[in-house]
Design a protein around this ligand. Structure first.
Ligand code: G
Ligand code: G
Ligand code: MN
Ligand code: NA
Length: 251
Protein backbone atom coordinates (compact mmCIF):
# COMPACT_ATOMS: atom_id res chain seq x y z
CA UNK A 1 0.00 0.00 0.00
CA UNK A 2 1.11 3.52 -0.65
CA UNK A 3 1.64 5.55 2.41
CA UNK A 4 1.16 9.16 3.20
CA UNK A 5 4.92 9.59 3.44
CA UNK A 6 5.34 8.27 -0.10
CA UNK A 7 2.94 10.92 -1.40
CA UNK A 8 4.54 13.62 0.68
CA UNK A 9 7.92 12.74 -0.80
CA UNK A 10 6.39 12.61 -4.26
CA UNK A 11 4.93 16.08 -3.90
CA UNK A 12 8.28 17.45 -2.74
CA UNK A 13 10.08 15.62 -5.59
CA UNK A 14 7.67 16.98 -8.17
CA UNK A 15 6.50 13.54 -9.22
CA UNK A 16 2.93 14.74 -9.72
CA UNK A 17 1.89 16.33 -12.95
CA UNK A 18 -1.31 17.45 -14.58
CA UNK A 19 -2.55 16.23 -17.90
CA UNK A 20 -5.32 18.09 -19.66
CA UNK A 21 -8.17 16.54 -21.58
CA UNK A 22 -9.65 18.84 -24.23
CA UNK A 23 -13.38 19.57 -23.88
CA UNK A 24 -15.18 20.25 -27.17
CA UNK A 25 -18.29 22.10 -28.20
CA UNK A 26 -20.67 19.70 -29.90
CA UNK A 27 -19.47 20.99 -33.30
CA UNK A 28 -15.89 20.17 -32.42
CA UNK A 29 -14.30 23.41 -31.27
CA UNK A 30 -12.01 23.47 -28.25
CA UNK A 31 -13.95 24.92 -25.29
CA UNK A 32 -11.53 24.18 -22.49
CA UNK A 33 -9.76 21.35 -20.72
CA UNK A 34 -10.19 19.14 -17.67
CA UNK A 35 -7.11 18.90 -15.46
CA UNK A 36 -6.32 15.30 -14.49
CA UNK A 37 -3.74 14.38 -11.92
CA UNK A 38 -0.93 11.96 -12.77
CA UNK A 39 1.78 10.46 -10.58
CA UNK A 40 5.04 9.64 -12.33
CA UNK A 41 6.46 7.27 -9.73
CA UNK A 42 10.21 6.58 -10.07
CA UNK A 43 9.74 2.81 -9.61
CA UNK A 44 6.12 2.14 -10.48
CA UNK A 45 5.79 4.35 -13.53
CA UNK A 46 2.55 6.23 -14.08
CA UNK A 47 0.22 5.55 -11.17
CA UNK A 48 -3.42 6.24 -12.09
CA UNK A 49 -5.46 8.47 -9.76
CA UNK A 50 -7.89 5.66 -8.85
CA UNK A 51 -4.97 4.00 -7.06
CA UNK A 52 -3.80 6.92 -4.96
CA UNK A 53 -6.68 9.41 -4.59
CA UNK A 54 -8.61 7.14 -2.19
CA UNK A 55 -5.46 6.77 -0.07
CA UNK A 56 -4.87 10.51 -0.25
CA UNK A 57 -8.44 11.11 0.93
CA UNK A 58 -8.05 8.79 3.92
CA UNK A 59 -4.85 10.47 5.04
CA UNK A 60 -5.79 14.10 4.36
CA UNK A 61 -2.91 14.18 1.90
CA UNK A 62 -5.63 15.14 -0.60
CA UNK A 63 -5.62 18.63 0.94
CA UNK A 64 -2.00 19.20 -0.13
CA UNK A 65 -2.53 17.48 -3.47
CA UNK A 66 -5.77 19.34 -4.14
CA UNK A 67 -4.12 22.65 -3.39
CA UNK A 68 -1.21 21.79 -5.68
CA UNK A 69 -3.64 20.84 -8.48
CA UNK A 70 -5.52 24.14 -8.14
CA UNK A 71 -2.27 26.13 -8.18
CA UNK A 72 -0.95 24.31 -11.21
CA UNK A 73 -4.22 24.52 -13.17
CA UNK A 74 -4.78 28.19 -12.32
CA UNK A 75 -1.16 28.95 -13.20
CA UNK A 76 -1.79 27.63 -16.71
CA UNK A 77 -5.10 29.50 -16.88
CA UNK A 78 -3.27 32.69 -16.02
CA UNK A 79 -0.65 32.12 -18.76
CA UNK A 80 -3.46 31.43 -21.22
CA UNK A 81 -4.96 34.86 -20.57
CA UNK A 82 -2.10 36.56 -22.41
CA UNK A 83 -2.76 34.80 -25.72
CA UNK A 84 -5.89 35.50 -27.75
CA UNK A 85 -5.99 31.88 -28.95
CA UNK A 86 -6.35 30.60 -25.40
CA UNK A 87 -7.81 33.50 -23.39
CA UNK A 88 -11.42 32.27 -23.67
CA UNK A 89 -10.69 28.64 -22.72
CA UNK A 90 -12.05 27.18 -19.51
CA UNK A 91 -10.22 25.06 -16.97
CA UNK A 92 -12.17 22.32 -15.18
CA UNK A 93 -10.68 21.01 -11.94
CA UNK A 94 -11.87 17.99 -9.97
CA UNK A 95 -12.45 18.66 -6.29
CA UNK A 96 -12.44 15.94 -3.65
CA UNK A 97 -15.28 16.01 -1.10
CA UNK A 98 -12.64 16.00 1.66
CA UNK A 99 -11.16 19.16 0.22
CA UNK A 100 -14.50 20.87 -0.45
CA UNK A 101 -15.94 20.22 3.01
CA UNK A 102 -13.00 21.80 4.82
CA UNK A 103 -14.10 25.06 6.44
CA UNK A 104 -11.42 27.05 4.59
CA UNK A 105 -12.09 25.69 1.09
CA UNK A 106 -13.50 28.97 -0.27
CA UNK A 107 -10.54 30.92 1.08
CA UNK A 108 -8.15 28.38 -0.45
CA UNK A 109 -9.64 28.83 -3.91
CA UNK A 110 -9.74 32.62 -3.59
CA UNK A 111 -6.14 32.59 -2.45
CA UNK A 112 -5.00 30.46 -5.41
CA UNK A 113 -6.86 32.77 -7.83
CA UNK A 114 -5.18 35.78 -6.27
CA UNK A 115 -1.72 34.24 -6.24
CA UNK A 116 -1.88 33.03 -9.83
CA UNK A 117 -3.85 35.94 -11.26
CA UNK A 118 -6.17 33.50 -13.06
CA UNK A 119 -9.57 34.82 -14.13
CA UNK A 120 -12.19 33.30 -11.81
CA UNK A 121 -14.74 33.15 -14.63
CA UNK A 122 -12.53 30.75 -16.56
CA UNK A 123 -12.36 28.27 -13.68
CA UNK A 124 -14.91 25.48 -13.31
CA UNK A 125 -14.89 23.17 -10.32
CA UNK A 126 -16.18 19.62 -10.82
CA UNK A 127 -18.11 18.26 -7.87
CA UNK A 128 -19.65 14.83 -7.46
CA UNK A 129 -23.26 14.19 -6.54
CA UNK A 130 -22.29 12.60 -3.23
CA UNK A 131 -20.36 15.72 -2.32
CA UNK A 132 -23.39 17.88 -3.08
CA UNK A 133 -25.84 15.96 -0.90
CA UNK A 134 -23.66 16.11 2.18
CA UNK A 135 -24.49 19.26 4.18
CA UNK A 136 -26.62 20.83 1.45
CA UNK A 137 -26.97 24.24 3.12
CA UNK A 138 -23.24 24.60 3.78
CA UNK A 139 -22.50 23.42 0.25
CA UNK A 140 -24.84 26.01 -1.28
CA UNK A 141 -23.21 28.75 0.80
CA UNK A 142 -19.71 27.80 -0.30
CA UNK A 143 -20.74 27.53 -3.92
CA UNK A 144 -22.50 30.89 -3.81
CA UNK A 145 -19.46 32.65 -2.37
CA UNK A 146 -17.30 31.37 -5.21
CA UNK A 147 -20.04 31.93 -7.78
CA UNK A 148 -20.14 35.61 -6.75
CA UNK A 149 -16.57 36.08 -7.95
CA UNK A 150 -17.29 34.22 -11.20
CA UNK A 151 -16.23 30.62 -10.49
CA UNK A 152 -18.53 28.04 -12.08
CA UNK A 153 -19.47 24.52 -11.07
CA UNK A 154 -20.17 21.26 -12.86
CA UNK A 155 -21.58 17.99 -11.52
CA UNK A 156 -19.18 15.21 -12.49
CA UNK A 157 -20.37 11.68 -13.39
CA UNK A 158 -23.96 12.92 -13.29
CA UNK A 159 -26.58 10.20 -13.05
CA UNK A 160 -24.52 7.73 -11.03
CA UNK A 161 -25.10 9.27 -7.62
CA UNK A 162 -28.06 10.24 -5.53
CA UNK A 163 -28.83 13.82 -6.49
CA UNK A 164 -32.28 14.82 -5.49
CA UNK A 165 -34.19 16.77 -8.08
CA UNK A 166 -35.78 18.73 -5.25
CA UNK A 167 -32.61 20.67 -4.47
CA UNK A 168 -30.59 20.45 -7.67
CA UNK A 169 -32.19 23.70 -8.79
CA UNK A 170 -31.04 25.42 -5.60
CA UNK A 171 -27.39 24.77 -6.32
CA UNK A 172 -25.55 27.36 -8.43
CA UNK A 173 -24.46 24.80 -11.02
CA UNK A 174 -23.68 25.67 -14.63
CA UNK A 175 -23.03 22.24 -16.11
CA UNK A 176 -24.10 18.60 -15.89
CA UNK A 177 -21.48 16.09 -17.07
CA UNK A 178 -23.27 12.91 -18.12
CA UNK A 179 -21.40 9.88 -16.85
CA UNK A 180 -19.80 7.88 -19.64
CA UNK A 181 -21.62 4.66 -18.69
CA UNK A 182 -24.87 6.16 -20.06
CA UNK A 183 -23.19 7.22 -23.30
CA UNK A 184 -21.83 3.72 -23.80
CA UNK A 185 -25.09 2.10 -22.78
CA UNK A 186 -27.07 4.10 -25.32
CA UNK A 187 -25.76 1.97 -28.21
CA UNK A 188 -26.86 -1.22 -26.55
CA UNK A 189 -30.33 -2.22 -25.48
CA UNK A 190 -29.90 -0.50 -22.12
CA UNK A 191 -31.63 2.56 -20.75
CA UNK A 192 -28.70 4.82 -21.59
CA UNK A 193 -30.49 6.65 -24.39
CA UNK A 194 -33.49 7.47 -22.22
CA UNK A 195 -31.24 8.64 -19.40
CA UNK A 196 -29.18 10.88 -21.70
CA UNK A 197 -32.43 12.40 -23.02
CA UNK A 198 -33.68 13.00 -19.51
CA UNK A 199 -30.47 14.68 -18.37
CA UNK A 200 -30.43 16.98 -21.41
CA UNK A 201 -34.02 17.97 -20.64
CA UNK A 202 -33.15 18.55 -17.01
CA UNK A 203 -30.18 20.72 -17.97
CA UNK A 204 -32.35 22.83 -20.27
CA UNK A 205 -35.00 23.26 -17.60
CA UNK A 206 -32.46 24.28 -14.98
CA UNK A 207 -30.43 26.51 -17.33
CA UNK A 208 -27.31 24.32 -17.22
CA UNK A 209 -25.16 23.20 -20.12
CA UNK A 210 -24.82 19.45 -20.64
CA UNK A 211 -21.58 17.67 -21.49
CA UNK A 212 -21.35 14.04 -22.64
CA UNK A 213 -18.37 12.18 -21.15
CA UNK A 214 -16.46 9.26 -22.58
CA UNK A 215 -17.38 9.77 -26.26
CA UNK A 216 -15.18 7.25 -28.09
CA UNK A 217 -16.88 6.69 -31.46
CA UNK A 218 -18.44 8.82 -34.23
CA UNK A 219 -21.73 6.98 -33.55
CA UNK A 220 -21.70 8.09 -29.92
CA UNK A 221 -20.98 11.66 -30.99
CA UNK A 222 -23.85 11.61 -33.50
CA UNK A 223 -26.12 10.30 -30.77
CA UNK A 224 -25.24 12.92 -28.13
CA UNK A 225 -25.44 15.64 -30.80
CA UNK A 226 -28.95 14.44 -31.76
CA UNK A 227 -29.99 14.47 -28.14
CA UNK A 228 -28.92 18.09 -27.75
CA UNK A 229 -25.77 17.87 -25.62
CA UNK A 230 -23.80 21.12 -25.79
CA UNK A 231 -20.32 19.74 -25.19
CA UNK A 232 -18.49 16.45 -25.30
CA UNK A 233 -15.28 14.92 -24.02
CA UNK A 234 -13.63 11.61 -24.76
CA UNK A 235 -10.99 9.71 -26.67
CA UNK A 236 -12.70 10.52 -29.99
CA UNK A 237 -11.78 14.18 -29.59
CA UNK A 238 -8.66 13.68 -27.50
CA UNK A 239 -7.26 11.73 -24.61
CA UNK A 240 -5.72 13.69 -21.72
CA UNK A 241 -2.44 15.32 -22.84
CA UNK A 242 0.53 17.00 -21.23
CA UNK A 243 0.45 20.79 -21.52
CA UNK A 244 2.98 20.97 -24.34
CA UNK A 245 0.80 18.83 -26.60
CA UNK A 246 -2.33 20.98 -26.32
CA UNK A 247 -1.19 23.62 -28.79
CA UNK A 248 -2.45 21.67 -31.84
CA UNK A 249 -5.99 22.37 -30.61
CA UNK A 250 -5.52 26.15 -30.47
CA UNK A 251 -6.65 28.20 -33.42
O1 G B 1 -7.66 10.46 -15.31
P1 G B 1 -8.47 9.28 -14.87
O2 G B 1 -9.63 8.87 -15.77
O3 G B 1 -7.65 8.06 -14.58
O4 G B 1 -9.12 9.73 -13.47
C1 G B 1 -9.71 8.82 -12.66
C2 G B 1 -10.45 9.54 -11.55
O5 G B 1 -9.57 10.38 -10.80
C3 G B 1 -11.59 10.41 -12.06
O6 G B 1 -12.74 10.13 -11.29
C4 G B 1 -11.12 11.79 -11.78
O7 G B 1 -12.21 12.64 -11.43
C5 G B 1 -10.17 11.62 -10.60
N1 G B 1 -9.19 12.70 -10.60
C6 G B 1 -8.30 12.99 -11.56
N2 G B 1 -7.58 14.09 -11.23
C7 G B 1 -8.06 14.51 -10.03
C8 G B 1 -7.73 15.59 -9.16
O8 G B 1 -6.91 16.45 -9.44
N3 G B 1 -8.44 15.67 -7.98
C9 G B 1 -9.39 14.78 -7.65
N4 G B 1 -10.00 14.94 -6.48
N5 G B 1 -9.74 13.75 -8.44
C10 G B 1 -9.08 13.62 -9.63
O1 G C 1 -14.52 11.01 -13.07
P1 G C 1 -14.00 11.92 -14.13
O2 G C 1 -15.03 12.24 -15.14
O3 G C 1 -13.31 13.14 -13.62
O4 G C 1 -12.92 11.08 -14.89
C1 G C 1 -12.34 11.48 -16.05
C2 G C 1 -11.56 10.28 -16.50
O5 G C 1 -12.14 9.68 -17.65
C3 G C 1 -10.13 10.63 -16.86
O6 G C 1 -9.30 9.88 -16.07
C4 G C 1 -9.97 10.22 -18.28
O7 G C 1 -8.73 9.58 -18.46
C5 G C 1 -11.13 9.26 -18.51
N1 G C 1 -11.63 9.35 -19.86
C6 G C 1 -11.78 10.48 -20.59
N2 G C 1 -12.29 10.21 -21.80
C7 G C 1 -12.47 8.88 -21.86
C8 G C 1 -12.96 7.99 -22.88
O8 G C 1 -13.38 8.39 -23.96
N3 G C 1 -12.99 6.69 -22.55
C9 G C 1 -12.56 6.21 -21.36
N4 G C 1 -12.61 4.90 -21.16
N5 G C 1 -12.11 7.01 -20.37
C10 G C 1 -12.05 8.33 -20.62
MN1 MN D 1 -14.11 15.00 -13.93
NA1 NA E 1 -16.81 12.10 -14.90
Amino acid sequence: AMLETDMRRALANQEFELHYQPLATIDGKLAGVEALLRWRHPQRGMVPPVEFIPVAEETNMILHLGCWVLMEACGLLSRWADDERTARLEMSVNVSPVQFHRPDFVEQVLDVLKQTGARPDRLRLELTESLLIKDVEGTIQKMQRLREVGVRFAVDDFGTGYSSLSYLHRLPLSQLKIDRSFIWDAQKEGHGAAIVRMIVGLGKTLGMSVLAEGVETPEQLAFVMDEGCHYYQGYLYSKPLPEDRLAVFFS
